[in-house]
Design a protein around this ligand. Structure first.
Ligand SMILES: Cc1cc2nc3c(=O)[nH]c(=O)nc-3n(C[C@H](O)[C@H](O)[C@H](O)COP(=O)(O)OP(=O)(O)OC[C@H]3O[C@@H](n4cnc5c(N)ncnc54)[C@H](O)[C@@H]3O)c2cc1C
Length: 398
């Protein structure tokens, strides 16, 4: 029987032999991916073979069947390394845990092991051009066919769609009932000829997300995740997983906006003796420690099968706020150096530009505050005037 200390030591040895330590001066790849897809896939496979992917997932679905102590030990050790696992972050953080909770036995056996082995990449198809915060107003439609469903519509801001094999998609299956009812979640094959993916390029020059269009995309009846017309409940499960994953994910010591990195930047410029910079560094350090502790509690409760409710929103909000504070401090420390760098962006500059996206991804800060206000503080509810009207009687749906 391996003790936690032995597990941690084994993980550290494995990472030293197989992963790179972060180098502050490394220039980032303008495509944002930084490492080729084949390298990421091969790394994820090795990670799984070594016993460090799906640490808490059940063995029958390809996981390691270990506990939260092992997961936290691995995350702690992995924080010192750069793991090239970007294509798998969405799948393993959102659709994967949702399938574990709501998927059929067949769906779990079919999809979870290839996800862990780095063979299949997933994306999340929720947001639409006419509404992201109000997910329930979605207009992508799925109508019944003899063998399953036919999907038509468009999604936007889909992270990683350009490399995905499958997507977890929300579509309207009954427009005659209020908007939160009549939605269904589907597994969609992203290689279907009716799926078109168009990259959206952002300020860093990379294209991390996409528009995705569906034209007569047929999916079989067993592609439904959860129950037909109960997709809102499935979406709530996935959004809960997303918020925990975004708000409490491993905090890399090599994060360009993490405390260690900011301290190094300040030291290199002799600013670590500046009282104002020291005070802000101390704040960042304290918040990072608090977020880490909060994340551990939420992971433990989730593992024990307890519903963490709106506290996932609190973690997500705090994580996003931390990025913004850290980005502000990094800008102050670097000053005009930021503008004078080479024409390729260094990781700090890249993180400063992409950091604010955290305040939007997975539900904006305002939406998290609404959730916390209503469900934790018991404040008055958002009026939600169109909540009870049938979807096909809403003005925009005509
Ligand atoms: C980095 C990144 C990755 C993403 N990846 C994905 C992905 O993989 N899949 C996916 O489906 N989506 C993804 N998204 C989309 C994201 O979920 C949406 O952008 C987000 O939900 C907000 O939707 P919106 O952009 O349509 O803004 P809107 O909903 O139009 O909101 C505009 C503004 O109005 C405010 N607002 C809206 N409603 C309210 C309200 N009721 N009360 C108070 N304020 C309100 C918002 O806070 C925001 O400031 C990603 C976004 C980012 C930034």
């Amino acid at each position: 029987m391996t003790t936690i200390d032995e597990f941690r030591a084994g993980a550290r040895d494995w990472l030293r032999a197989n992963a790179k330590a972060f180098d502050q001066d490394t220039e980032s790849d303008p495509e944002g991916g930084a490492v080729p897809l084949a390298v990421s896939k091969a790394f994820q496979k090795k990670l799984w073979e070594a016993g460090y992917a799906g640490i808490m997932w059940p063995v029958e679905y390809g996981g390691q069947g270990l506990g939260v102590a092992e997961l936290l030990a691995f995350n702690e050790v992995a924080a010192d390394f750069v793991l090239p696992v970007w294509p798998f972050v969405v799948g393993l953080g959102m659709p994967g845990p949702t399938l574990l909770e709501l998927g059929t036995e067949e769906q779990k056996r079919r999809h979870l092991p290839p996800m862990l082995r780095g063979e299949e990449i997933w994306c999340q198809l929720f947001s639409e051009p006419d509404g992201g915060s109000d997910v329930a107003s979605l207009r992508t439609a799925a109508v019944r066919t003899e063998t399953g469903w036919r999907i038509n519509g468009s999604k936007v801001w889909t992270s990683g769609a350009q490399v995905s094999d499958f997507g977890a998609l929300l579509a309207r299956t009954d427009p005659t009932v209020p908007k939160h009812q009549g939605i269904t979640m589907f597994i969609v094959d992203m290689h279907h000829p009716g799926v078109t993916v168009r990259p959206l390029r952002v300020a860093t020059g990379s294209a991390p997300f996409n528009e995705v269009h569906f034209q007569d995309v047929d999916v079989p009846a067993d592609a439904v995740i959860g129950a037909v017309d109960r997709g809102w409940q499935s979406a709530v499960v996935m959004l809960r997983n997303e918020r925990v994953s975004l708000g409490t994910g491993p905090r890399s010591r090599s994060n360009p906006l993490g405390f260690d990195s900011l301290l190094e930047l300040a030291r290199e410029r002799g600013l670590d003796r500046d009282p104002a910079v020291r005070r802000r560094l101390a704040e960042i350090h304290a918040r990072e420690a608090a977020l880490g502790a909060y994340g551990r509690v939420l992971h433990e409760e989730t593992t024990a099968g307890r519903n963490i409710g709106a506290r996932g929103s609190a973690a997500k909000l705090a994580g996003a706020a931390q990025q913004l504070w850290a980005a502000d401090l990094a800008q102050e420390i670097l000053g005009e150096e930021l503008a004078l760098g080479s024409d390729r962006m260094n990781p700090v500059a890249m993180a400063i530009i992409t950091g604010p996206g955290m305040a939007t991804a997975g539900g904006t800060n305002e939406i998290q505050r609404n959730i916390i206000g209503e469900r934790v503080l018991g404040l008055a509810k958002d009026p939600g005037v169109d909540r009870d009207l049938p979807f096909n009687q809403l003005r925009f749906s005509r």
